[in-house]
Design a protein around this ligand. Sequence first.
Ligand SMILES: [Zn+2]
Ligand SMILES: [Zn+2]
Length: 137
Amino acid sequence: MARYKLSGGCACGNIHYDFDGELAMAVHCHCRDCQRSSGSGSAAIFAANRNDIQLTGKTSSYQYTGDSGEAVVRHFCPNCGSPLFSDVKTLPDLMFMRIASLDDPSQIRPSMHIYCDSSQVWDRPNDPLPKFGKMPS
Ligand SMILES: [Zn+2]
Ligand SMILES: [Zn+2]
């Protein structure tokens, strides 16, 4: 497994993080919650172990019920509103980070599309990556 050493943060610089570790996964997510919180057709997300991410600054957050029926908490910068990461109750060891929040987002590439059932007609995935209607089991 590749080991990454990357940094990132929000648009205004209030929140910063360092990531030093391995990826659990990297996906394009087309779920309605990602669409709403990003204002776009999908969100590029990587998941990594919570212990491998050092966060500086205090996020604001809101909670909703995810597809699993369990709580998801989305964290964003209270100043500029940039979406940064989510905590998923069913996977408590992981943080689900927005790839675009990295200082160099080209370093992590999504390997699949998930929640394609809710992809928008104007943003259907059409690359060769695997596609799943919901979450792959
Ligand atoms: Zn900010
Ligand atoms: Zn999503």
